[in-house]
Design a protein around this ligand. Structure first.
Ligand code: SAM
Length: 288
């Protein structure tokens, strides 16, 4: 059962905001932002622009990497006084390479109510169109700024068999891709998503060597915000595909012999996949 500090206490809403296109805010996010007493924002100037776009005037409080720990007591006091609060970052989902972790942890430990208002995040947006395996992926966030640290972090991922996702800014995109090429090899497959949902949204699909050259070819290619996605090794990729293929094979054998519901139930037990998803697949197979 969910424990809460008290019904009299306020709620902290973790509100996702757009990663570029301002149309990508949810109706629920707008409703919550207009309802709360205060909005804790990574950069109040950026959030003010969003609020102006939404036609909202709110009480904004700065909460960023440098003051987050000091702000915890104040936030606890506001919530204890029954105020409802929202936490937003400059873009996307708070806590995803953005401030908020220490605050949410502290509130959870004290049984305050923290409610997610989901929306855009660059990692999921990028993965949804990359065409890389998404059954398993590892989010690596930003690489260290210095070459030695960067290389060490990447070396630790040599054995990583998932699609790897990195965030990068214009300042270090060329160096990071160069180090990736050194560590994983020139032929490693990569997808780069640049300026997602914005005017100059662009995708690059190729090898690390080709991506490095593409970045050097045109200074414009180095501008903006990036998500770098490294493909799993061919073996893992084909393994994951063949796993999907074998699930389908398994289902079609079961559907031939059993009622759809029972076929889906057994396939779910054998593969660990969702019974509902398998039921839909089994229905489709039966129709065919
Ligand atoms: N909280 C955000 C989220 O949910 O994605 C991430 C914030 S992090 C400080 C900023 C980084 O996210 C950028 O340097 C870039 O790697 C990635 N990012 C954010 N917006 C993006 C966009 N529109 N296109 C590509 N990458 C983006």
């Amino acid at each position: 059962m969910q424990k809460t500090a008290s019904d009299q206490h306020g709620i902290l809403y973790i509100v996702a905001t757009p990663i570029g296109n301002l149309g990508d805010i949810t109706q629920r996010a707008v409703d919550i932002l207009s309802l709360v007493d205060k909005i804790c924002a990574e950069d109040t100037r950026n959030t003010r622009k969003l609020l102006t776009h939404l036609g909202l005037k709110k009480n904004l409080v700065a909460l960023h990497d440098h003051n987050e720990r000091q702000k915890i007591d104040e936030v606890i006091e506001w919530l204890s006084n029954g105020e409802h609060l929202a936490l937003v970052s400059d873009a996307g989902t708070p806590l995803i390479s953005d401030p908020g972790y220490h605050l949410v942890k502290a509130l959870r430990e004290r049984d305050f109510q923290v409610v997610p208002i989901p929306g855009a995040s660059a990692i999921i947006t990028a993965l949804s169109v990359a065409g890389l395996a998404t059954n398993k992926f590892s989010f690596e966030g930003f690489l260290p700024a210095k070459e030695t640290g960067r290389k060490q972090a990447l070396l630790l991922n040599m054995e990583n068999s998932y699609t790897q996702v990195y965030y990068e800014s214009s300042h270090r995109i060329v160096q990071s891709v160069a180090t990736m090429r050194d560590v994983f090899g020139a032929e490693k497959k990569v997808v780069l998503a640049r300026e997602l949902t914005k005017l100059y949204e662009q995708f690059f699909y190729g090898t690390l060597d080709e991506l490095h050259q593409w970045l050097l070819d045109d200074a414009m290619h180095q501008k903006g915000e990036f998500v770098i996605m490294l493909a799993p090794s061919e073996k893992e990729d084909s393994d994951s595909n063949s796993f999907e293929a074998s699930t389908e094979q398994l289902l079609s054998v079961l559907v031939d012999e059993l009622p759809v519901k029972q076929a889906a139930k057994i396939a779910a037990k054998l593969t660990g996949q969702s019974k509902n998803v398998l039921y839909k697949q089994a229905m489709a197979l039966q129709k065919n």
